[in-house]
Design a protein around this ligand. Structure first.
Ligand code: NAG
Ligand code: NAG
Length: 137
């Protein structure tokens, strides 16, 4: 009995949270969070940069610890959706990533505002936008 009540409560909470979550206007793709997902795993699998996922979903906290299964995230907004991405591997550096993507380093930095100008703050598993055009975030 207790577990049924708890389950009903959880389901209600999840539905309410979904309704309250802000799916922004112009969202052109969405993703439903599954158990065990992290921001970086979602970003890598869905071709969305780490910056863009956070930018489009301001409800996600800084260390991405408040995702829950069933939550609907927006992955990109029409006209501001970078779908060309790369996942940072050990030893990667920005000039090399830009080179491999065939883009200027300045384009890479413009499209990933979370990366510092010297590119010393990228981490393995982070996803960068490698689009050749400037995304107007
Ligand atoms: C992500 O990009 C890769 C490489 O372009 C592609 O093979 C894959 O289908 C894309 N995945 C999604 C979910 O768009
Ligand atoms: C995305 O990648 C594809 C395949 O490499 C390329 O043809 C296309 O021009 C790229 N688009 C952008 C906006 O960078």
């Amino acid at each position: 009995m207790f577990s049924r009540v708890s389950l009903a409560g959880l389901t209600l909470f999840a539905s309410l949270a979904q309704v309250l979550a802000q799916i922004p206007a112009g969202c052109d793709r969405t993703y439903t969070v599954a158990l065990g997902d992290t921001c970086n795993s979602i970003s890598a699998a869905q071709n969305v940069s780490t910056f863009q996922l956070a930018f489009v979903n301001p409800g996600i906290n800084a260390d991405c610890s408040n995702l829950f299964a069933g939550e609907i995230l927006c992955l990109g907004i029409t006209g501001q959706d970078c779908t060309n991405t790369t996942v940072i591997q050990s030893g990667d550096f920005c000039a090399e990533i830009a080179d491999e993507a065939g883009i200027d380093l300045s384009t890479l930095l413009d499209n990933n505002p979370n990366v510092n100008p010297d590119c010393t703050n990228i981490v393995v598993g982070e996803v960068l936008c490698t689009a050749s055009t400037i995304i107007p975030y």
